[in-house]
Structures are given as C-alpha cells and as structure tokens.
Write a protein that binds this ligand. Structure first.
Ligand code: SAM
Ligand code: DTB
Ligand code: SF4
Length: 345
C-alpha cells in the first residue's frame, strides 16, 4: 500500500501567478486529477464529505443586479418575495436539518447588506442554531466592520461571501457592487475572527483564464477561505444568464481539481448546479477533491437533489458524512488523516 506523503507547509501558498494557475487548468485531465486527488488524501479523509443545509431566511426583492440571480428585483423570474423569516421558524428548520444529518446550517438573505435593525433577529438565529450543536453560517450580503463584529460575538462560525468570478469578468455580471467591496467584506469577516466561506460560479460564459483568475484571487487571500463553494450556474428563466450555453462537464471538474490544489487544506464545496449532475459526475467531483455539499431538496430558491439520493450515492461510493467539521487553520495543517492512515496500514 502506497502511503500518502505528509502535508507540507510548501503546499499552502499565497503567491500563485495567473500563468501557473492557467497551466494547471491546461494539464491533461488525468495528470490534473492525479495531482488533485493525491493532495486531497494528504489533507483529508477522501471518504468523508461535509454536509451543510441551506435556508433562505429572506427571499427575493434584492436591489442588486447579479446577472445569475433569481432573487434580483430587476429580473422577472416569477419568484414570490418573502420578508425576513421569524426566528422560531428558522430554528424549527435547523432542528429538521440536524435530524436529517447536517452538521452545518447556512442561512441566506437576499440583501445588498443587512440593516442594523435586522441584526437583533439575525443574532437570535445564530445563537439558537448554535445552541442546537450545529455549526452556523450566514450569507446576508456586504458587512461593515461593526456588523462583522456583532455576528462574531453572536457566535457565527462561518460567513459566506463569494468573489463569484475573475476581476476582469466581474463587471459583465454585477454592476451594483465592486470586486473591492467583496474583498473588504471578506477582510472584515476575517478580522472579526470568523471563518470564511468564499468561492464562485462557473458556467456563466467565462473563459478558462477567468476561472483561473477567480481561484488565484481566493488562493492569494492572506488566509485561504476555510470553505470554497464552486457553484455551477443554475440557469433561471428571466435572468440575463438564463440561456447561457452548457459548460463542458470536464471543465467543471477541472475547476474543482484546481481549487483543491491551490487550497489543499480547505473544504471545497460542490455547490449549486448538482441537479444537472449525474452520479458519475458527482463521483468524479469527489475524486477531484470536493468534500462538502449542500444537502436537502432546496438551495435558496432553486432545486437541489433529494437528500436520500445523496445518501444512496454516498453508500454506493463508501462515503461517510463528516460528523462535525474540525477545521484546521490552513496556515497550520495538522496531518491527522495522514497519521490515521499510516497507523491503519
Ligand atoms: N445576497 C447575498 C450576497 O449575494 O452576498 C447572499 C446570498 S447569494 C444568493 C449567495 C451566492 O449564491 C451568490 O454569491 C452566488 O455565488 C450564488 N448564486 C446565486 N444564484 C445562483 C445561481 N443561479 N447559480 C449558481 N449560484 C448562484
Ligand atoms: C453558495 O456559494 N451557493 C449557495 C450559498 N453559497 C448561499 C447558494 C446557491 C444559490 C443557487 C440559486 C438559488 O437557489 O437561489
Ligand atoms: Fe442579491 Fe445576493 Fe442575488 Fe446578488 S446574489 S441579487 S446580492 S441575493
């Protein structure tokens, strides 16, 4: 049995050049997969996948113009807007998510940024979900320094805020907030001591170089995001990207593999778009280094695979849901899996 090499500090870099990342994308598929999977084994149990459940706590009527998003008020998508959900209802949903096996509960709001008058409710949601023993995650738009501080004090574990695409392609997708705005929110989240969940969307008509640019930006942050969602565009009728062409599925898998290589100690989440992926595509994504999913029949407003079809596939592939996510600080990887693997052979 060949032992995986031990994790090494030199795997964790923050100085990736665009051409280096593009060169990874250009590798022959098998070479890229081999490299990504080998690194994956050094940092993680390859047979464990972290499972999060998502809930839209405030739906639609968003003033932003993100071209992919069914929740923007600018596009006719037929979505019925809903006000901020009552705290009690959110806690009921979290309890249901916990009993169906989720270890993290992620709450999303269609806001540009939260209003200070909403924060007491948000804080109550975080505290309530935490008290159930679930990890907490929120994605409620741009945060000021003090809002990030308030959420951190409430005990929020993760904040999700995506860079979405490369800096060059970004202006084709969103005009109501800048790339710099997004980077600032991420730095407020980090400074407040929370973990970062940040990734992007592919399949929006971007080039391979744009995908490289997105991952380069994420990997060159001062600390890697602990969680990196890779979303495949969900094409929603009424949005400007509704009729975007299909993306080559292998290019999607390449994006997962390059994310794994660039951020070896981070969880890479196979995020939106799984409804269009068959079992074989899921299996390839897990092999390439994806080790987190959103679980449950709905994402925020669009469909996700049924929970039991995910569990059935886990069973067929010998994958276990990660019990509780013990994040390693990416700057200080601990070779727990390597030790365990070495001890068992
Ligand atoms: N409104 C907040 C914000 O944008 O910061 C939080 C919620 S927003 C829906 C969270 C992320 O979902 C977006 O940044 C985007 O990456 C992803 N997303 C939204 N619509 C999507 C779609 N149609 N397909 C794939 N990903 C999508
Ligand atoms: C992320 O990167 N993807 C999730 C989560 N973070 C909030 C959202 C996907 C949304 C897909 C479209 C929808 O369901 O509205
Ligand atoms: Fe609003 Fe977020 Fe959708 Fe953009 S992605 S339109 S900010 S809900």
């Amino acid at each position: 049995m060949i032992q995986p090499a031990a994790p090494s500090q030199s795997d964790i870099r923050h100085d990736w050049s665009r051409s280096e990342v593009e060169a990874l994308f250009a590798l022959p598929f098998n070479d890229l997969m081999f490299r990504a999977h080998s690194l994956h084994r050094q940092y993680f149990d390859p047979n464990e996948v972290q499972v999060s459940t998502l809930l839209s706590i405030k739906t639609g009527a968003c003033p932003e113009d993100c071209a992919y998003c069914p929740q923007s008020t600018r596009y006719e998508t037929g979505l019925e807007p809903e006000k901020l959900m009552e705290v009690e209802k959110v806690l009921q949903q979290a309890a249901a998510a916990k009993s169906s096996g989720a270890s993290r509960f992620c709450m999303g709001a269609a806001w540009r940024s939260p209003k200070d008058r909403d924060l007491p409710y948000i804080v109550a949601m975080v505290k309530g979900v935490r008290d159930m023993g679930l990890e907490t995650c929120m994605t409620i738009g741009m945060l000021s320094e003090s809002q990030a501080q308030t959420l951190a004090e409430a005990g929020l574990d993760y904040y999700n805020h995506n860079l979405d695409t490369s800096p060059e392609y970004y202006g084709d997708i969103i005009t109501t907030r800048t790339y710099q705005d997004r980077l600032e929110t991420l730095s407020h989240v980090r400074d407040a001591g929370m973990k970062i969940c940040s990734g992007g969307i592919v399949g929006m008509g971007e080039t391979a170089s744009d995908r490289a640019g997105l991952l380069q930006q994420l990997a060159n942050l001062p600390v890697h995001p602990e969680s990196v969602p890779i979303n495949m565009l969900v094409r929603v009728e009424g949005t400007p990207l509704a009729h975007e062409a299909d993306m080559d599925p292998f290019d999607f898998i390449r994006t997962i593999a390059v994310a794994r290589i660039l951020m070896p100690a981070s969880h890479v989440r196979l995020s939106a778009g799984r409804e269009e992926m068959n079992d074989e595509m899921h299996a390839l994504a897990y092999f390439a280094g994806a080790n987190s999913i959103f679980y449950g029949e709905k994402l925020l407003t669009t469909d996700n695979p049924e929970a039991n079809s995910d569990m059935e596939l886990f069973g067929r592939l010998g994958i276990r849901p990660e019990q509780h996510c013990v994040e390693r600080a990416p700057e200080n990887p601990s070779p727990q899996f390597y030790d365990a693997a070495a001890a068992s052979h």
